[in-house]
Write a protein that binds this ligand. Sequence first.
Ligand code: C2E
Ligand code: CA
Ligand code: CA
Length: 579
Amino acid sequence: MPHADNSNMQLSLNNTDASSSRILIADDDPSILLLLKHILLAEGYTVTEAATGSEALELCNNNEYELAIFDFVMPDMSGIDVCKILSHQINDTPPVLIVTSLDDDASVDKAFQSGATDYITKPINWSVFKNRVSRIVKAEQTRKVARRLEHHDPLTGLPNRLLLLDRLESAIYRAKRNNTHVALMMIDIDNFKLINETLGHDKGDLLLQSLSTRLLDAIRETDTLSRIGGDEFSLIIENIERIEDIVQMAEHLSNILEHDITLGNQNIHIKASMGITLYPQDGNDIGTLLRNSDIALHKAKDLGSNLYHFFSPDLSRKAFRRLNLENNLRNAIDNKELVVFYQPKVELTTGKARGMEALVRWQHPEQGLIPPDEFIPIAEETGLIIPLGEYVIETACKQFCQWQNNNIDINNISINVSARQFKEQDLLGLFKKIFSENDIDPSHIELELTESALLNNEYHTESKLNKLHDMGIKISIDDFGTGYASLSYLKRLPIDILKIDRSFTDGVLTDPDDLAIINAITGLATALGLQLVAEGIEDIEQLNKIIDLGIDYGQGFYWSQPCSADQYMELLQRLALNK
Ligand code: C2E
Ligand code: CA
Ligand code: CA
């Protein structure tokens, strides 16, 4: 048989080569499996075996075959069932030959209805078998070549619109089954027409090729990029865990696409607009999703300054706000727009403020006071958490020093440190500098870390934590109870304080589980000699219950919301008068 490489295959559809044809055989009877394998190997095919239906399905999902031969009866999943599932997965499904000993009409009907290409009955007549296999494989090879030509864009080699529809339908099918999301992103190169007209189509083609390479480099292997029109690309993104991931992806792609090129002696600024829809939020079928992503794309183009736009107005608003925040956050630190608020930590037996927690806010010139939950995560992602964290620590320490100098009894101050900040910031150096410049006893400083921040990269964590603790700084575990099941680190690491997460305080009167958890934490803290703080006490009933449970300290709106340094002085007076 003549060897045919890929380029030949495109020209001569009739020349097929068994050795380039992969066949999957699935049968639970090892002797039949062996027999089939031998016959097929002797014919020159490449053979893969599966002993169960589910194994066969898995193999089909991850590999390409020119033919799948399934036994009708298999214990876990019949050949017919595998066939049915495969036929829903539209793209790249191999033709299926069903091997059956049940040659009555009903089972033959069943085989065809489930999408099988053909069937053969046991006992197998081997020459009929070989003929049938060869016929199906040849037809499949021809179909594949034709499909490739029909389904790909010759300029970039990317899937075209036709294949996009196929892939989108399969993606939706998978998402439906696994209860996940799919994003469809339309990408349009701004002013491409102009580029084409002024520089000519050859240059335009070159640009499109280079853009498609850029995009391919930036996406994951599981995402499908296609070219669906002159300057329009589309991207299917599967397995989305968080909507923020899509926002990040969109930002990443627009960064990658935006660049200057020199074509001839002209310098051209390239950028793109994107419209994004989500399954199932914005539509349940491919038609609706395509339509809506086009609408979103036009919106993005209309808005001009906005590089991407979600079909859902709500997501769009969020994404836009986020993009804005990210850009402005860089300036906020320099412009002194960040302010530190303070919330008292109250000693429950005396009702006296015995410390405070520093909580950052962003006083945005247009948007007003922005809470940390909205910008700390962005600061973490972008690395801005390092200068931001430094600012908070310095501000809080200076404020503490000033109060101390005015003979105001603050006792101690605790400062939040997020995961990346703890990992990357030179906290030791920073505090050495602060303690050398300000008259502060390190034992008045507490750092609040979450369990997740402490438990990644353990070795590093331990020595860093020990050094801070050796300086005299206290270590507090924030949001305690929400994180890890393993508590052994409490003994190993130098920890002084546990802050019981607000969600437990919230349910202490109403949810027996919350009460049980608080009881357990109290026992643990007593045994290990740790100070306990209940977060989020909002009313007198919760307060009384928390006191009954023997917890020493509390924080919450019952006493005060976090407030500015000035307001804090009034608050202290009010608390002093109360008791
Ligand atoms: P967190 O460390 O758990 O801070 C406690 C949060 O609970 C604060 O929200 C506080 O205002 C709120 N809170 C206090 N008492 C009550 C109450 O009785 N009821 C309710 N519902 N809430 C109460 P905030 O200030 O919005 O801070 C949110 C989170 O942002 C903080 O959670 C902390 O993880 C982070 N954060 C705040 N400031 C900083 C900072 O300077 N650096 C870092 N890395 N993270 C910070
Ligand atoms: Ca905290
Ligand atoms: Ca907390």
